[in-house]
Structure formats: C-alpha cells, structure tokens
Design a protein around this ligand. Structure first.
Ligand code: UDP
Length: 411
C-alpha cells in the first residue's frame, strides 16, 4: 500500500490524519489475517522514525525519506513525488523478484507513485480516492479554499492509470464515472467498516462518569478534524438557537467537540472557541483534543446524539462508529452519510445546513425519549451493515480479479 501524505501510525482526528488512516490500518490488519503480507509506504515526517516499523502482525510501515521531515503541508507534497517514487522503487529493487503482487494506493498523491510502481513491477494498481477535489469543490463551506486545478488533473491521471478503483459507496462510484470519466468496469464499490469489538454498546452512566459528564445531561457530541468542511460551526450555531428556544436546557446541556485542527483555511479550536463565546455558549461547549479509538468509543456511548453537519463526507466513519455504539446520528444528507445513516431509522438526515433546522432536529431528539430509543435500536441494526472483515474480504477479491485480468491481458 502507499499512503504518502499521512502515516497509519498517526493519531487520527487532527492534521491530515483521519478516516483514511483508520481505513489503511484496519484493512491492512485484516488482509494480514488472510495471510497477505502488507507493506505500507509513507513519507517520514521525523528523523527519529526507524526505516521500518512492524505495526501489526504482517503489517510493516516503511518510512520513505522525501523532502524535509517537518513543516511540509499537503499542498507542497507534489514537489516530493519524484523522490518519494524513486525511494519506493529502490526499496522494492532490493527484494527478490516479484516481491509484490499488487500495489494499492490511497489518495491521489499516492496514486501518482502507484502508477509508476505498477508499470515497473508489472502488477495491478488498485486505487482508492478517499476524497475527490471536484466533489469537494462543489460543496465548499463559505470562505473555504477550493482545491487547485493541479490536484484535479493529478486525480484524473490516476483514475485513468488505475487497473481498479475502489469506491466507498455507490454515490462515489457514480461520481468517479460521471465526473472523472472512469471506466465503469474498473470501479468496484467496497464499503469501509467499523471495528465492532471497539465500537459497541456500553453502559451510558459508566461512560459519563469516566468522562466527567453529568449523568442526566443531554450530550450533543461532535467528533472529527476541525475544518470548515466538517462544519462544527453549524452545530454551535444550532446549539445557541436551541438554548434560545429552550433556556431551561442550559444547565443540562454539554456539547463536546472531540478532535484537533486540520487543513488549510483552518477553523482552529481558538476560532471555534471565539464563536462559542460570541454565541454565549462557552459554558456548554467542551473542547477535547483527539483521543484513541477506545476512548472515543466511550464518548460515543456517553452521547445522547452525535452530530455530523459536514458539507461533504466520502463515507463518514464517525457516523458509523457512533451507530455501532448504539448512539443515533444527526447528519447532513451529503455524500457517504446517506449510505451510513438511515433517515428516521438510525438517525436523522438533514437536507440543510441552516442552524435553525439543526436546532429543530436537535430539539426533536432531546425532547422525545421514545424517538431516541427507537433510533438507538435502529443505529445498532444499521451498524451491522459495516465491518472491516467484509471490507478486507471484498478488497482481496478486487486484488485477485485485478491480477487475473492482468494475466488474461498478457496471454
Ligand atoms: N478519530 C479518532 N480520534 C479522534 C477523532 C477522530 O480516532 O479524536 C477517528 C475516528 O474514529 C474516525 C476517523 O478519525 O475513524 C475520522 O473518520 P471520518 O470518516 O469520520 O472523517 P475523515 O477524517 O476521513 O474526514
């Protein structure tokens, strides 16, 4: 696998580390359980990193030196593609001939390297986009910087080069075909998963006690990287509106924002904190730096509802994880969230980012315990749709078919 711009060893929930990191780790671990040895090439971001880290049984992370260790933003990485590719090819060259059977690249930067590796190693290139510039640019938050044309062209090149493209959802497959002119025969839908051993129902009272949350509070939780695309500001504005309508709720309301800053045009916690102050809701908002997956499961279990107001999500692991913990999700009806959340069954999908509509939806969940219980039961049902075991098995199937296709083409 190639994951150039972010390492599977990074803590997700801040900077460039998010769902893709979780995806790479979870799929690699489960491929290894199928007896597949996985090497993940990523760019070294510190001189202290050893060349190879055995992350799990059968999963090695290989640190590639390309450019300065610290201080390179994602937008500066295209300048390091050549040297990164050269180092990946060199690492393979010292292995026995035919060491790798497939190359699976994640995000367009890695796809550029994967395309070269594919040609040199004569193995199929499987590519996962994770996010797409054309889709992102069509749903920008106000004031957010659009993705540059160079990325769009780079993505188009990778789509053309890949032997198989893995899409998270039917919608992403459609976008690949319609917006990027992908050959429909080379697009395969494989849903990401959830670790159901980590994200599972737990005692709410115990979770709240462990997190120092009042037992009788209404906990409206946001989890994710703090960036305009994820729209945490919409949640804060909706909370202000909710409190305006129901002032009596104030003493029982907690709004935790779990995650760290990310991306360019940052909506940093400082500016979110300033927004909370401006809205007069500092007393109910709690900022929590990124936490590991086990601690995150506790936050989901403690929550009354998890809010995902994003302008776009290619899947939305946070929504899937929350549901697996039996917590309903209030989500924007965009991208993968329409696959992850069943409207009226496992949560509520909103066709708007208007804070007044979000306040009304929050009020529905807060005021109606029967609705909450019904959605919580539905959330657990819906969560069974997604598992990393199924993701890995389907991914392996794509690898096998891509290899068979290559053999047929050579015959
Ligand atoms: N996450 C985490 N700790 C945090 C916040 C988030 O481990 O404090 C993880 C979360 O479990 C999820 C991922 O980060 O798996 C975010 O994925 P999602 O698809 O929701 O968003 P993305 O980051 O891909 O935009």
């Amino acid at each position: 696998m190639i994951s150039l711009h972010t390492s599977p060893l990074d803590q997700p929930g801040t900077g460039d580390a998010g769902g893709m990191n979780v995806y790479v780790v979870e799929v690699a671990k489960r491929l290894a359980r199928h007896g597949i040895e996985v090497d993940v090439f990523t760019r070294a971001t510190s001189s202290a990193l050893p060349p190879v880290v055995q992350a799990h049984d059968g999963v090695a992370v290989r640190h590639v030196h390309a450019g300065p260790f610290e201080g390179l933003t994602k937008t500066e990485l295209p300048a390091q593609l050549c040297v990164f590719a050269r180092e990946v090819l060199r690492a393979e060259a010292v292995q026995p001939v035919g060491h790798y059977d497939v190359v699976h690249s994640h995000y367009w930067l890695s796809g550029q390297v994967g395309a070269l590796a594919r040609d040199r190693w004569r193995v199929p290139l499987i590519h996962s986009m994770h996010t797409m510039a054309k889709v992102k640019n069509a749903a920008l938050a106000a004031g957010d910087a659009p993705e540059p044309a160079a990325r769009i062209i780079g993505e188009e090149q990778v789509v053309e080069a890949a032997d198989m493209l893995i899409a998270n959802t039917d919608l992403e497959a459609k976008q690949l075909i319609e917006l990027y002119d992908a050959d429909p025969g080379r697009v395969e839908v494989v849903h990401p998963g959830v670790d159901l051993d980590v994200f599972r129902p737990a005692d709410r009272a115990a979770a709240r006690a462990a997190l120092d949350l009042p037992a009788d509070a209404q906990v409206l939780l946001f989890v994710g990287r703090i960036q305009p695309l994820k729209a945490p500001d919409v949640l804060l504005r909706a909370v202000a509106e909710l409190l305006h309508r129901s002032p009596g709720l104030r003493s029982r309301l907690v709004v935790p924002i779990v995650g760290g800053p990310s991306g360019s045009g940052l909506d940093r916690p400082e500016s979110l904190a300033a927004l909370a102050a401006e809205l007069g809701i500092t007393d109910v908002v709690r900022f929590v730096p990124p936490v590991d997956q086990a601690t995150l499961a506790r936050w989901y279990a403690a929550a009354t509802v998890v809010a995902v107001p994003s302008y776009n999500e290619s899947f939305g692991l946070v929504a899937a994880e929350a549901q697996a913990c039996g917590t309903p999700v209030l989500a924007a009806a965009v991208g993968g969230l329409t696959t992850v959340v069943r409207d009226g069954r496992s949560g509520l999908l909103l066709d708007t980012h208007d804070p007044r509509d979000w306040a009304a939806a929050l009020a529905r969940v807060v005021d109606d315990p029967a609705l909450r219980d019904r959605l919580a039961a539905g959330a657990l049902d819906q969560a069974r749709e997604f598992s990393w075991e199924a993701t890995a098995a389907a991914t392996l199937d794509v690898y096998r078919r891509a290899r068979a296709g290559m053999r047929e083409a050579a015959a």
